[in-house]
Structures are given as structure tokens and as C-alpha cells.
Design a protein around this ligand. Structure first.
Ligand code: HEC
Length: 110
């Protein structure tokens, strides 16, 4: 019984790997993927919900952030607000570009 379970799990793992190789996990390009990663690391604590329907400290971020204006989003990231830290000296310009590029791929209401 135990043995057949582990064989099943092995098969399952093999299938997951196969499926993963067949389909890209997402349609993001390299820059957008970097942006998603930096966002999760630097901004997630305030902007990403830890669980479904959990409330976050900051507003949820998507392509509508900053009223949909890229310059406004950069302004937030560079200068922060009284409630949000500035990232001017913490992030590289390329990382900020990446975040902006990634946010454009995030639909509103997600
Ligand atoms: C300490 C918590 C905190 C962190 C970390 C943080 N933010 Fe914020 N952010 C906020 C809060 C709070 C607001 C709402 C504005 C306010 O009340 O000052 C906000 C607002 C924003 C807005 C404007 C949202 C809108 O609806 O227009 C953007 C864009 C933004 N943050 C981007 C970022 C990015 C990108 C990062 C990471 C580099 C980040 N924030 C990190 C707390 C944070």
C-alpha cells in the first residue's frame, strides 16, 4: 500500500514536470518577470495579500496604479509617501523599470 502510493507520487511528479515543460508558466517576458520578483520582495509586504481576501496595508497594485500613469507610479516608488518608504536608493533603475513593466500586465480587479 505504502509502496504503491510512492509510485503514484513519482508518476505525479513526473507528469507535473512534463506539463511544466510543455507550457510556459506565464506569458511574461524577462523584464516583466524580474519586475514581479522585485515587487514580491520589496513591495509584497504591503501590497500583496498574504492570503486570498486578506487585506493589505497598501492598495493592491495593477495596471491602474497611479491612475494608470507610469510617471505617477515611478514617483511613488522613487519618493514614497508618508505611509510608504522611498525606494530611490534601494532599487536599481532597471528594477524600477521592471516593476513598472510588470504592473502593466496585471489586470485591474485581481
Ligand atoms: C511599508 C509599506 C509599503 C511598501 C513596502 C511599499 N508600499 Fe507602495 N504604498 C503603500 C501605501 C500605504 C500606499 C497608499 C498611499 C499612501 O497612503 O500614502 C502605497 C501606494 C503605492 C502606489 C500608488 C497606488 C495607487 O493606487 O495609485 C504605488 C504605485 C505603489 N505604492 C508602489 C509600490 C512599489 C512598486 C513598492 C515596492 C518597490 C511599494 N509600493 C512598497 C505602502 C507601501
Amino acid at each position: 500500500m505504502k509502496r504503491s502510493l510512492s509510485v503514484f507520487l513519482l508518476l505525479l511528479a513526473g507528469y507535473a514536470q512534463y506539463a511544466g515543460a510543455q507550457q510556459p508558466v506565464d506569458s511574461l517576458n524577462e523584464q516583466q518577470r524580474l519586475g514581479r520578483q522585485v515587487l514580491a520582495q520589496a513591495c509584497g509586504v504591503c501590497h500583496l495579500p498574504p492570503a486570498r481576501n486578506a487585506r493589505t496595508y497598501g492598495p493592491s497594485l495593477n495596471k491602474g496604479a497611479g491612475g494608470g500613469d507610469e510617471a505617477v507610479v515611478r514617483e511613488y516608488i522613487l519618493n514614497g509617501t508618508p505611509r510608504m518608504p522611498s525606494f530611490q536608493y534601494f532599487l536599481q533603475p532597471a528594477e524600477i523599470d521592471a516593476i513598472v513593466a510588470y504592473l502593466k500586465t496585471v489586470p485591474v480587479n485581481k
